[in-house]
Write a protein that binds this ligand. Structure first.
Ligand code: ZN
Length: 121
């Protein structure tokens, strides 16, 4: 896995990945829950939706909205195993390691933090 800043820099070159932004509702949810709760949700989603060797509905397992972490997953190409392989060279059809899951959560939280800081733009 690349460093968080390398990953975000590369993602910013993709029109599709850059098209995701947190809505007012996402920001309100974030504020209400706080970063620790959001991080634990991110850990849960990564474990449930990405970590298995054969995730259920792979390619379609991440909704486009409904939770700020879902948006972060699309914005960072951590939405399915196909995108993880394409963007991060993580092979499909094997379970993600704890280190890979942690690296993904870090990238998701960094994206969310950047979105929070860009509030008002
Ligand atoms: Zn995907």
């Amino acid at each position: 896995m690349p460093t968080v800043s390398d990953a975000l820099a590369r993602l910013s070159t993709s029109k599709f990945r850059s098209s995701f932004h947190m809505s007012r509702k996402d920001r309100a949810y974030l504020e209400e829950k706080g970063p620790d709760v959001i991080r634990s949700h991110a850990q849960d989603f990564v474990r449930q939706k990405l970590a298995p060797a054969e995730p259920a509905n792979d390619g379609k397992q991440t909704p486009m909205s409904g939770h700020p972490v879902f948006k972060a997953m699309h914005a960072t190409a951590c939405c399915c195993r196909g995108c993880l392989e394409k963007w991060y060279r993580v092979p499909q059809h094997r379970e993600l390691t704890d280190a890979e899951q942690e690296a993904i959560v870090k990238i998701l939280m960094a994206w969310i933090e950047r979105q929070t800081r860009s509030e008002g733009n």
